[in-house]
Design a protein around this ligand. Structure first.
Ligand SMILES: Nc1nc2c(ncn2[C@@H]2O[C@H](COP(=O)(O)OP(=O)(O)OP(=O)(O)O)[C@@H](O)[C@H]2O)c(=O)[nH]1
Ligand SMILES: [Mg+2]
Length: 462
């Protein structure tokens, strides 16, 4: 046996073999198509942890002539491997058996078998022939049920047949499988051949470590881009008042587009972390993440609840108050803090267009300064943070075989983000970071950023 586990994904045409390969190897470059016969050659796709290959998966074409192949197998008794070798040698140049030779080759080379079946359709004699061929190869083999629909009528007859032909049976949906489903499948593969157990255990361990690294990187990306977003502003100088209205609108536009760019860079980085490259991962229209950052629906579904806002507002406001107290020599300590808290808690609602509205300042030496941002709403950091977090959740659980993104639409009345689940402890961590980002205090930013990263990494979890 090779030291690296290798599995050939085998089955009937169009059952979802390439989809299974894509999801298991985390590679959305695997060719998937609704038209049977898409895969015509065996092709290896490695599952990697960082740069290290940990498992090899081989995509293969669907069976072309299984009943004739089985007949040949029955008429040519020989030990498993020799029979395979002779079959391939004697049929290699026969176009009627091209796919059958191609899919049996990796088995001859030592791969274990993952037989994929869409068990929502009835079983036929052709399927039985395929399963019988695989049994005769005597290689370790697992049947994978990849249900394309919820139809369950035929499941029992499939399962009965699987028990006769395979060492193990699992259900694994290539299009909806999440990280933990993949881990579970790999764990189950250990049982089909004891010899593979150590290598597969190591592979699973490396996968877990790699996932942790991805989580860390995602949490870092959230914190880094949140800081950029909180500090984002656009401003310009005007000599005369005449162009003010036009300039205001230009800057409001520029501010929004600057924020959008931050979010775009963030999303690219996250897709890179989780190796999700396909355009299919574009967000579905009904997703809350497809909403404008300043839309009312986004502000309803994301960010903090009223009760939390009171706490966050107090935490943010009290800090400003304390700062003012200290600046005033500490004489009125407490007074500013309580005023700050009251303002903080009260001014936290969605204000529509005001969220990106320009302010004008007369300069002492003449002229005007027009500025948009940084955003002062207490809710803004949490709406932005939730958008980042939900995107990580979306991408990190993306099955690489998925062809389109569908999400269920929330009613907009309940909070959908992470921050709404936070208690006072988490709010303290987050508001400390928000204050640090706004003040630009490097030391405070570093230490509060570290705390926030840890909090986010825990929430992203597995
Ligand atoms: N609904 C649903 N569709 C799936 C699932 N898995 C695969 N499909 C679809 O089924 C079709 C065939 O998938 P492939 O992965 O290309 O199948 P294949 O077995 O590799 O096909 P060939 O290479 O042609 O033998 C594609 O349109 C997939 O999107 C699934 O779990 N659910
Ligand atoms: Mg295919």
């Amino acid at each position: 046996m090779k030291s690296l586990p290798r599995f050939a994904i085998i089955g009937h045409p169009n059952e979802g073999k390439s989809s299974i390969v894509a999801t298991l190897s985390q590679n959305d470059g695997v060719a998937i198509s609704p038209i049977p016969g898409e895969t015509i050659q065996q092709q290896r796709f490695d599952l990697k942890a960082g740069d290290q290959t940990i498992i090899e998966f081989v995509d293969t074409p669907g069976f072309q002539n299984p009943q004739a192949t089985l007949q040949w197998f029955r008429e040519n008794e020989a030990a498993g491997e020799e029979r395979l070798q002779r079959f391939i040698e004697s049929h290699a140049s026969d176009p009627d058996f091209h796919h059958d030779c191609e899919l049996l080759r990796p088995i001859l080379e030592g791969a274990g078998i993952l037989y994929v079946v869409d068990a929502s359709r009835p079983m036929t004699a052709v399927d039985t022939a395929e399963m019988e061929i695989l049994r005769l190869t005597a290689r370790p083999r697992m049947a994978i049920i990849n249900p394309k629909s919820n139809e369950g009528r035929f499941l029992q007859s499939w399962k009965t047949s699987f028990r006769q032909h395979f060492n193990s049976v699992r259900t694994f949906n290539a299009q909806t499988a999440r990280y933990l489903d993949r881990i579970e499948l790999l764990e189950a593969l250990k049982s089909i051949d004891q010899d593979w157990e150590p290598a597969l255990s190591q592979a699973v361990e490396l996968m877990r470590m790699d996932r942790k690294r991805c989580t860390q990187r995602a949490a870092e990306a959230i914190v880094e881009h949140l800081e950029q977003s909180l500090r984002c502003s656009c401003s310009s100088f005007l000599e005369h008042e005449s162009g003010v209205e036009l300039e205001k609108r230009r800057l409001e536009e520029a501010y929004r587009s600057k924020l959008a760019k931050i979010e775009k860079r963030f999303r690219e980085q996250i897709r890179d972390v989780y190796a999700v490259r396909k355009v299919a991962v574009e967000l579905p229209e009904n997703s809350i993440l497809a909403e404008d950052l300043f839309s009312e629906r986004a502000w309803q579904a994301l960010g903090l609840t009223q009760k939390q806002l009171a706490i966050a507002g107090a935490l943010l406001g009290a800090g400003i108050g304390v700062g003012a107290d200290l600046a005033a020599g500490g004489i009125t300590f407490g007074v500013f803090a309580s005023i700050g808290a009251a303002i903080g808690a009260g001014s936290a609602l969605w204000k529509g267009k005001d969220l990106a509205r320009a302010k004008i300042k007369q300069l002492p030496l003449g002229g005007l300064k027009v500025t948009v941002g940084p955003n002062v709403s207490e809710q803004f950091p949490f709406v932005q943070l939730d958008r980042f977090f939900l995107y990580v959740e979306f991408v990190s659980n993306w099955a690489h075989a998925r062809q389109e993104a569908q999400v269920s639409l929330g009613d907009g009345l309940e909070k959908e983000g992470l921050s709404a689940s936070w208690g006072q402890g988490e709010l303290k961590v987050a508001t400390r970071f928000v204050k640090a980002a706004k003040s630009g205090n490097a030391e405070e930013l570093e230490s509060s950023g570290k705390e926030l990263r840890a909090l986010l990494a825990k929430a992203i979890g597995e």
